[in-house]
Design a protein around this ligand. Structure first.
Ligand SMILES: [Mg+2]
Length: 510
């Protein structure tokens, strides 16, 4: 087994070599102030000075896929597999590819065949069965009589961008069950199981990877700034490692396309990393005990070791073995991944690693919010007026209650009640009108983000489940790894503002 001879961090610990120094120097001034969509956002303060190791997931993290062609290919291959293997009707070839329907953070209800959005309070307020949006009565019937248990086997979490095509296809198959062409289809749960198997097959044995590898420019963005970001992170000898679930052959092909010759003086992608671990099997990687299998430069599997060595390439392994090598507190590790559970929640639960979540959806969301400009101000003004009217209504109701109870009996003087009742009636009418305007405004605003689900991070005035998980578990979040190119290697990422409701009530200038 031959380990690589050196790495970017080792070479940088001896200082920058001229070509790279020039590239970083000419690039830096441009990177002074990143635009909002390329910024790194902070949930939990993090001093990069204390980070000695940075780990990266590969798929949708370092590897930024082109969503549409990849999703369309997965969608079509899975449908074909269902026809060939599960005897599904040929009509499913006509299922509509709707890339704006699925998104991360949704749940699939395998029993009722719905795709739904749940708030962070486990409240289902939007769901579709096939292409049909459920009305309030249907939602109530399905989800209001007992709390939704998202961890139960009834629900499937759409956490990864890889899972979007199957969410789309599942919804289309459910739609088909309502029509003649779909009469041969099984129950919603059986459709889900068949589809999951088909998708697993497409990923593991099917043509998906071959097709991607055969035409990498079609399916992947090669980001020239990625090399600069990795160089910036490796400055001062900080060690970088790759920790991916992908197998060696696929990871090799993808990384070679993304990173070979990306920086002057670095021809081979392997040199970016001080350690490479493929086939990691996250999230189990963080909790199980498993040996690391050494891999040769060409991917042949060698002997097993409990702990890896720097500059080696391995398959499998576990957190415990990796931490033996790192031999430093977990807080000195920053892990960068895109999977809210597999990369972020599970590493947070099992270690003290710091985390960065890559949220590709962020750029579009921020751009759209910026475009909305004054329309957002209009909504804020409407909501402020609603709060004021709501307070007045509460006060009038309280006053009416007290006045009524003090006037009970034959002396009751309705003259005292009439002005309060009149004012209450006027306020209630204003409030109703305003609520109607606010609802219409919200609906239009939501549809402008996405016709099915609205904003990715907000539902009305509260946060989506994805947004609240992101806040709870990711120390930092940003749209792509290359955004680190805009920040100094030892940046102190501060939380600028994290107020609680009671603080807002006392001081609006926090
Ligand atoms: Mg990933």
């Amino acid at each position: 087994m031959t380990a690589q001879k050196t790495s970017l961090s080792r070479r940088l610990s001896n200082g920058l070599w001229p070509e790279l120094a020039e590239r970083l120097a000419t690039a830096l001034p441009r990177y002074g102030e990143p635009t909002p969509e390329r910024q790194i956002f902070v949930n939990r303060a993090l001093r990069m000075e204390s980070i000695r190791f940075v780990g990266f997931d590969l798929d949708w993290t370092l590897a930024d896929y082109r969503r549409l062609p990849l999703e369309k290919l997965t969608f079509e291959l899975a449908a074909e597999r269902l026809i060939q293997e599960n005897d599904y009707p040929e009509a499913i070839r006509d299922c509509q590819f709707r890339p704006d329907f699925p998104r991360r953070g949704l749940l699939i209800d395998k029993e009722s065949g719905t795709v739904l959005r749940m708030s962070r309070h486990r409240f289902v307020n939007l769901a579709y069965r096939g292409r049909q949006r459920l009305d309030r009565h249907q939602l109530k019937q399905l989800y209001r009589y007992e709390p939704v248990q998202p961890a139960s086997d009834r629900f499937y979490h759409v956490d990864s961008l890889f899972e979007l095509p199957e969410t789309n296809l599942y919804s289309e198959l459910i739609e088909l069950t309502k029509h003649d062409e779909g009469s041969r289809l099984p129950s919603p749960r059986a459709i889900f199981d068949d589809l999951r198997q088909a998708i697993d097959w497409v990923h593991a044995h099917g043509a998906l990877k071959q097709r991607v590898v055969a035409d990498l420019p079609r399916y992947l963005h090669r980001d020239p700034e990625l090399g600069l970001a990795l160089a910036r992170l490796a400055l001062g000898g900080r060690q970088l490692f790759l920790l991916t679930n992908s197998d060696w052959d696929y990871a090799e092909a993808i990384c070679s396309y993304l990173l070979d010759d990306l920086l002057p003086g670095l021809e081979d992608w392997r040199e970016f990393f001080d350690l490479i671990v493929v086939g990691a099997g996250k999230p189990d990687f963080f909790s199980r005990k498993r040996a690391f299998s050494e891999l040769s430069r060409t991917g042949e599997v060698g002997g097993e070791v409990a702990a890896p060595r720097w500059l080696g390439t391995y398959q499998g392994g576990c957190l415990e073995g990796l931490m033996k090598l790192i031999d430093d507190p977990g807080e000195s590790v920053l892990y960068v991944g895109d999977h809210i559970y597999g990369d972020i929640v599970s590493s947070k639960l099992e270690s003290t690693w710091r985390t960065t979540l890559i949220v590709r959806e962020l750029e579009e969301e921020i751009r759209h919010r910026a475009d909305l400009g004054l329309r957002l101000d209009e909504g804020i003004a409407l909501r402020q007026r609603l709060v004021t009217l709501g307070h007045e209504m509460d006060h009038l109701r309280d006053l009416l209650e007290v006045t009524k109870s003090s006037l009970q009996g034959p002396q009751a003087d309705t003259d005292q009640l009439a002005p309060i009742q009149d004012r209450l009636q006027a306020v209630t009418s204003d409030l109703r009108q305003l609520l109607g305007r606010e609802a219409r405004w919200s609906e239009k605003l939501d549809a402008s983000f996405n016709p099915y689900w609205g904003s990715f991070f907000k539902q009305g005035t509260s946060k989506t489940r994805f947004a609240s998980q992101l806040e709870a578990y990711a120390c930092l979040y940003t749209s792509r790894v290359s955004n680190f190119a805009y920040y100094g290697s030892n940046r102190y990422f501060r939380v600028p503002w994290d107020p609680m409701m009671h603080e807002l009530a006392v001081d609006s200038d926090i």
